[in-house]
Design a protein around this ligand. Structure first.
Ligand SMILES: [Mg+2]
Length: 198
């Protein structure tokens, strides 16, 4: 058996389908979606508000700050199973997620989501922080390509591929989904030799 690792896993767009949930809420709050609406799901931009008319920005901002949004998200297929596999194989797994400050129930909804889909034991494995570099670990699975101060972190990032990070993959090992976590662990010993452009 391979060495046990401390594995850190991001929540939104890694285990919880944030963008589909956000788009669903926008549609609920705006029954008459304008013809020029650009779908949120599939966007190749990290900034969801960029290059949109003001009315669309307002609709997205409203949904993002709506209480309950983060509790309503669907699990990403295969992700919960991947977490359970990691833990079952002896790894020390933690969910590390940043809060959305504009949403009043974001943090509590994220905890409720973990409890609902993974059980109460996993609730105690959640770290909510604006700065993931302060959390110690061997590896971080995250969909954000440009994590500030990444080089100062103890962990090595593996990028979870999503359309919104297609332009942010340089210098990162990326995998299609958390279900492919074992592949990343095989490469982990070699990643520190590759270097990091950030
Ligand atoms: Mg994320």
């Amino acid at each position: 058996m391979s060495a046990q690792l401390r594995i850190l896993v991001d929540q939104d767009e890694v285990i919880a389908a944030f963008l589909p949930g956000l788009e669903r809420l926008v549609e609920e709050q705006n029954p008459r979606i304008p013809k020029d609406w650009t779908p949120i799901v599939g966007t190749t931009r990290w900034d969801l508000l960029a290059d949109r008319p003001r009315s669309q920005q307002q609709a997205i901002s409203r949904a993002m700050s709506t209480s309950g949004l983060f509790a309503s998200l669907e699990p990403i297929p295969g992700a919960l199973e991947a977490l359970r596999e990691m833990a079952a194989e002896g790894h020390d797994v933690h969910i590390v997620t940043s809060p959305m400050s504009s949403n009043p129930t974001c943090a509590s909804d994220k905890l409720a989501w973990v409890t609902r889909y993974l059980g109460n034991d996993w609730r105690h494995k959640v770290v909510i922080t604006d700065d993931k570099t302060i959390v110690r670990g061997d590896i971080l699975f995250d969909d954000k390509g440009s994590i500030p101060r990444r080089r100062q972190a103890s962990w090595t990032q593996v990028l979870i591929e999503q359309p919104h990070n297609v332009n942010e993959r340089l210098g990162l090992l990326s995998i299609p989904s958390l279900a492919n976590w074992r592949v990343a662990l095989q490469f982990l010993p070699h990643l520190t030799l590759i270097g990091d452009p950030q």
